[in-house]
Design a protein around this ligand. Structure first.
Ligand code: S3P
Length: 187
């Protein structure tokens, strides 16, 4: 009989948190490919639910409403993933999902939470071309990202089971480190 791969010991979600541009979607896709676990991107789910893009949701309903949608989705996932056969997935989150205490508690109980920490110059470079982030639609993106990181760093720290500094790390190494840690976490 073939030995079970270590990845099969990961019984619940791997959840990626961190600032805009830190690589959650890219790393999430790669984790999904390597584990066969489906990828759930909270921003995409909300866009599908509402039938509007994130910038349109912010413009039409405001940030507070978007935050309420994030919480509703996490509550749903917490219920949904209570059933063992539905536990496995990779969850990529929006950068502000840690703002509410309730969200932080749900995230920690839902799965293995990994904070992808990237320094501001790298975040600036990675978010330079995209115009799909309402919080970065202003003239001083460096100042915005710096103040977001300052405010959110303790929240990411408090939510994550694992912190990875990924500014200069290649994707295969990041993915390998996350999978190794997740296997240990669920052993
Ligand atoms: C946000 C990050 C975005 C998206 C929204 C708000 C934030 O997601 O949820 O624009 O508050 O940092 P990404 O981190 O995937 O860009």
């Amino acid at each position: 009989m073939a030995a079970l791969s270590p990845v099969s010991r990961i019984k619940r979600p791997i959840i990626l948190i961190g600032l805009m541009g830190c690589g959650k979607s890219t790393i999430g896709r790669e984790l999904s490919k390597q584990t066969g676990m489906p990828l759930l991107d909270t921003d995409l789910v909300i866009e599908e639910q509402i039938g509007k893009s994130i910038p349109d949701i912010f413009a039409e309903f405001g940030e507070a409403r978007f935050r309420a949608l994030e919480t509703a989705l996490l509550r749903y996932l917490a219920d949904h993933h209570a059933s063992p056969e539905k536990r496995n997935c990779i969850i990529s989150t929006g950068g502000g999902i840690v703002l509410k205490p309730e969200n932080r508690a749900i995230l920690r109980s839902l799965g293995f939470v990994v904070w992808l920490n990237v320094d501001v110059p790298a975040l600036l470079a990675r978010t330079a071309r995209a115009n799909n982030r309402p919080l970065l639609q202003n003239s001083d993106r460096a100042a915005t990202l710096t103040s977001l990181l300052l405010r959110r760093r303790p929240l990411y720290e408090a939510t994550a089971h694992m912190r990875l500094n990924t500014t200069d790390t290649d994707i295969p190494t990041i993915v390998r480190d996350i999978l190794q840690a997740a296997v240990l976490f669920y052993d």
